[in-house]
Design a protein around this ligand. Structure first.
Ligand code: GLU
Length: 289
């Protein structure tokens, strides 16, 4: 089976250092195995979107010579697929409507305990849709971090697949898309280690063989906070890509030759694809960058 990897940015802001690390890690891992590298724009949450960010992200990837295969996929154009799956599960009783509010769940200890499982609620505007957790995943193997344990209460929770406000949940969309796009391995930041258990459980519920996962170290500031669009991490430079590129490659454990900065961006990326190996990756989950 040939390798298919992907980079799946959310257009809630421009690419920052942490997202460049994820883009590069997934790119090197795919290209070093002569695999395909897909780009999917995860525009599931319009209120959190920054106008124009999706296009800017794509232009930045091109500027860094990260060229994707095939057409870019937009989650906003795939609602019918997500809804179809939810409808099937609702009919089968695999999913159900839930009227619990976040406040109620917090008051009962922070985890949803299945309160609405057998209520047989029919659709109402104030309901979310939850998946009956028949395939809990309490641990999985990460290619770099090794065995990862998921807290039991989290692993067994009937999680939300469609929110009360009508938005599709990230875990559902990501798994349906990874399956339909034929993705064979997910490479992304370590901030997404925890939801991986739920994503693997979705593969089981969908009668699919789970794929492999590699979580890259997360770039954090000196207070341990990740660089994210939410905390206004500065966007990486489109005008002078070499500097950010070298910084991100060092972060990924490359031992760069002294004259590396003389190379063109394209040659830097080529060198990365040829040199990349999993063992070079630092094993820490968080690194101050
Ligand atoms: N869209 C997610 C993000 O930007 C990444 C999803 C994934 O790689 O599974 O954080």
């Amino acid at each position: 089976m040939s390798y298919i990897g992907r980079f799946a940015p959310s257009p809630s802001g421009l690419l920052h250092f942490g997202s460049l690390v994820a883009a590069l890690g997934s790119y090197f891992q795919a290209r070093s195995q002569q695999g395909k590298w897909l780009v999917r724009i995860e525009d599931l949450d319009p209120p959190r979107e920054m106008p124009g960010a999706a296009d800017k992200i794509l232009r930045t990837l091109e500027r860094y010579q990260l060229h994707w295969d095939g057409e870019v996929v937009y989650q906003s154009q795939r609602h019918h697929l997500y809804q179809q799956q939810i409808d099937t599960w609702l009919e089968e009783g695999q999913a159900y409507f839930c009227e619990c509010t976040r406040k109620q769940i917090k008051a009962s200890g922070g985890y949803y305990l299945g309160t609405c499982r057998n209520k047989r609620l029919t659709h109402s505007d104030h309901c979310s849709v939850r998946l009956r957790m028949d395939n809990p995943v309490e641990s999985f193997i990460d290619l770099r971090q090794g065995e990862i344990h998921i807290p039991k209460a989290l692993a067994h929770e009937d999680f939300i697949i469609k929110r009360r406000d009508g938005l599709f949940a990230y875990n559902l969309a990501v798994v349906i898309d990874d399956i339909t796009q034929g993705v064979t391995e997910v490479v992304r930041g370590a901030d997404l280690i925890e939801p991986t258990g739920r994503q693997i459980s979705l593969y089981h519920t969908l009668h699919q063989t789970p794929i492999s996962y590699l979580h890259l170290p997360l770039a954090v500031d000196e207070h341990g906070n990740k660089f994210s669009k939410q905390n206004h991490a500065t966007a990486i430079s489109d005008d002078h890509p070499k500097q950010d590129l070298q910084r991100a490659m060092k972060f990924l454990g490359f031992d760069l030759p002294e004259d590396f900065s003389d190379l063109t961006v394209e040659n830097m990326i080529d060198w990365g694809c040829r040199t990349w190996c999993l063992q070079q990756l630092p094993s820490e989950i968080k690194i101050i960058a």
